[in-house]
Design a protein around this ligand. Structure first.
Ligand code: GLC
Length: 740
């Protein structure tokens, strides 16, 4: 539909229709009787329902077709609804959680996964996904780190932009078959809650917000994301959903976002408990003035805006601008011509969980695993010569899909046991659970309450596991946190494994010295006890439907681990928040913390994490030559080349992620001790070498200076090229003043 027609449609719409367009119906309205169910409890009349603009979390081509058909018939102007849902790491083919995907350091891979997710969700009748989540995270206590791309702005931005391209297509033509409109979230700074406690207060200076937290959102906006979602948190005492400065002056005017702004779940009504709105009228006015177009799942707009316009408390033009952005999105999706878009039961049957999609899920999982320890080449296992006991609550566990996978089916997952026995039937592999996932008697508060298994005989399970371990040549312990121990509303004050799992670990180590551990978790954990005693540690995160197949191939060496940590592993929760791109302080310290006092350090622990950002091992070894710079002077209008030679010095092929970091030694404000500015994955055969080069330009050196101008400043810079954020070879160059 031409824009002109859209404008005339807007001018024909009644105020009821316009306020209805701003309301997003929660899914449970449709899962119940529309006359006596929650809609009535919420006071929504049938007349109001027939003009609502969108709904969320309802899925299925047939169901959405029926809903849409009835809706456009009832609607006075036959305006179709938008169907939105959380397609976070896959629809029915569930991929590794986003944190795991970011450990691939492979944006193209994430883009491919997003594209598959979009094709499945579009076939199921959906139009919009509430993804990518681009919140920068530095605190493993926060459960939603599992949805993020970790602690680095550069990597997070690349992953967010890749997912937008995957969902929307390179050309952002949302009307194309298989395209899904992407909704960037949660704007802004949601990943920095005080104490790591979900929904808690966020205090960020303008400089920190702009320098560290906004860049990843900006990359998603530059990639064309069609929507942005407000975050639950306050930012410097003002809730994002009411934050006019953040939403109009920063998001729209400065970051140039011109799409639909949707609140998070009931975040408009939550302005009241935030203590910034005395009632729903004030909440409606604050959110609308901030530029929030859609009120998700709360009827504050629906029930208040019309009266406020009539009492001249709200300028109707604000409503018109919001409605126009929503109509424009519907128009971009082609819904006025085809309100059912790609919904097709035939395509659902063909696409959902098809072999090619499963193959992609397995490929992604393999590349997301991070090998944290591998003493004496413990891994890979030798299936011809060794008997292996796979023990632990994740040895045969279907809950591999993370907490945002409710459109998948846990039964679709391939467990570790299935993966091993199907892929390597000849291998001498034995399995035992050993202990429950959570401590006995613990109730897991997920989307559904999971009561503790009453019939679980703890002693028997432990004895069986110990007997198995005694007889086996090697043991693989499959440990981790329940998938509902991460995700929304899942902040933790302790980030260790449950004591029942640690007890199992130590008991097994007592009867067999050859123990390796696979971790299934949604956040970095405190695994010091494990690291002290296990011969090998493979971080598998929550690997999705193909987890078991991917793990079998990596454990038996048909695939090599190549993942790198996108988030630091702390030694203990006392170090949190911990991240590699920190400031130096006036008393920087590294080394033995017991040898000195008056430095920026702890009495009882080192400053360094157990495993740093960018870290990960492979089944081979790589050597780096000395860093070479083609000049030690950088002219602003030129560039210099930094390079190293990387050699596979081991006996197996492997993929190394060569990382480029820069450090601005002295500037008008303090600068991080390192900043990731580039990376390159190289696959080398044993003995093979490759020179890896990075071009360093003046643009890469820019930051927000003392006056908040985005500039570079002449002076000395250090450059590091290496396998992670804590090592690598170093060079030095000087940025000179521009000649002009
Ligand atoms: C939730 C989440 C948000 C999600 C939305 C819709 O509360 O914060 O990420 O997209 O509600 O389910």
């Amino acid at each position: 539909m031409e824009q002109q027609k859209l404008m005339s449609l807007l001018s024909d719409m009644s105020l009821d229709e316009k306020t209805g367009e701003l309301f997003q119906i929660p899914s449970y309205f449709f899962n119940n009787d529309m006359v006596t169910g929650p809609a009535v409890e919420m006071g929504i009349t049938p007349e109001e329902l027939r003009v609502c603009g969108s709904c969320l979390s309802v899925i299925g081509a047939r169901k959405l077709r029926d809903i849409q058909k009835a809706h456009i018939q009832r609607h006075p102007h036959h305006i179709p609804m938008l169907f939105m849902a959380d397609i976070i790491n896959g629809y029915r083919t569930v991929f590794p959680i986003p944190l795991a995907q970011s450990c691939t350091f492979d944006p193209a891979l994430a883009e491919k996964c997003a594209s598959i997710a979009a094709s499945e969700a579009a076939a199921a009748g959906l139009h919009v996904t509430f993804s990518p989540m681009a919140d920068l995270v530095r605190d493993a206590r926060w459960g939603r780190v599992m949805e993020s791309a970790g602690e680095d702005p550069y990597l997070s931005g690349l992953m967010a932009a890749a997912m937008v391209r995957g969902y929307q297509g390179e050309d952002n033509d949302l009307s194309k078959k298989g395209a899904l409109a992407a909704c960037l979230k949660h704007f802004a700074g949601y990943g920095a809650p005080e104490g790591g406690r979900d929904y808690n207060t966020v205090e960020l200076s303008e400089r920190t917000l702009t320098e560290d937290y906004l860049p990843a959102y900006q990359k998603a906006i530059d990639a064309g994301c069609a929507l942005v979602m407000t975050s639950f948190n306050t930012l410097n005492r003002i809730p994002s959903t009411a934050n006019r400065h953040l939403m109009r002056e920063i998001l729209r005017d400065k970051m140039l976002f011109d799409g639909v702004l949707i609140s998070d779940w009931c975040a408009v009504s939550e302005l009241i408990p935030h203590g910034i709105a005395a009632d729903e009228k004030e909440a409606a006015a604050l959110a609308l003035n901030a530029g929030v177009d859609i009120d998700m799942a709360s009827p504050v707009y629906l029930k208040n805006l019309k009266g406020m316009v009539k009492q001249k408390l709200i300028d109707e033009r604000l409503i018109d601008e919001a409605v126009l952005r929503i109509l424009t999105l519907k128009n971009r999706l082609g819904l006025f011509e085809n309100p059912y878009k790609d919904g097709s039961e035939e395509d659902e049957n063909k696409l959902l969980l098809c072999t090619a999609h499963r193959q992609q899920a397995r490929d992604c999982a393999e590349k997301s695993f991070v090998l944290l320890k591998n003493e004496d080449g413990f891994l890979p296992l030798n299936r011809e010569k060794e008997s292996v006991a796979f023990i632990g609550p994740f040895a045969d566990n279907l809950l591999l899909s993370g907490s945002w996978s409710f459109f998948g089916d846990d039964k679709d997952c391939v467990t570790l046991k299935e993966g091993v026995t199907r892929s390597y039937p000849e291998a001498a592999a034995f399995f035992a659970q050993g202990c429950p996932t959570v401590n006995p008697g613990t109730e897991v508060l997920g989307f559904q309450k999971v009561p503790p298994k009453e019939d679980f005989d703890l002693q028997d399970a432990l004895d069986t596991a110990i007997q198995l371990a005694r007889k086996a040549d090697r043991v693989i312990l499959a440990l981790g946190e329940h998938r509902d121990y991460s995700g929304e509303g899942a902040s933790r004050t302790h980030i260790t494994l449950p004591s029942c799992q640690l007890e199992l670990f130590h008991k097994i180590c007592e009867v067999n010295p050859n123990v390796g551990v696979i971790l299934f978790n949604g956040r970095p954990l405190d695994i010091c006890e494990i690291a002290q005693r296990a011969k090998a540690i493979l971080e598998a995160w929550l690997p999705g439907v193909e987890g078991g197949n991917a793990l079998a191939r990596v454990l038996y060496g048909d695939a090599s681990p190549s993942g790198r940590l996108s988030m630091s592993f702390p030694r203990c929760v006392g170090q949190v928040p911990i991240y590699y791109n920190h400031m130096s302080t006036g008393r920087p310290f590294s080394g033995d913390y017991r040898t000195t006092r008056y430095n920026s350090k702890y009495l009882d622990a080192p400053n360094e994490p157990l495993y740093p950002f960018g870290y990960g091992l492979t089944y081979t070894d790589f050597a780096y030559s000395k860093l070479c710079l083609d000049s030690d002077v950088l002219h602003p209008d030129d560039g210099i080349c930094a390079s190293v030679e990387v050699t596979n010095t081991g006996t197996r092929p492997g993929t190394e992620t060569v990382q480029l970091y820069l450090h601005d030694v002295s500037a008008s404000v303090t600068r991080p001790v390192r900043e990731l500015k580039g990376f390159c994955k190289v696959s080398l055969k044993p003995g093979e070498s490759r020179r890896v080069s990075f071009r360093i330009t003046e643009e890469m050196l820019r930051f927000y200076d003392i006056h908040m101008n985005y500039v570079s400043e002449p002076g000395q810079f250090e450059v590091f090229i290496g396998p992670d954020s804590a090592s690598g070879s170093k060079g030095v160059f000087t940025l000179v003043q521009s000649d002009t």
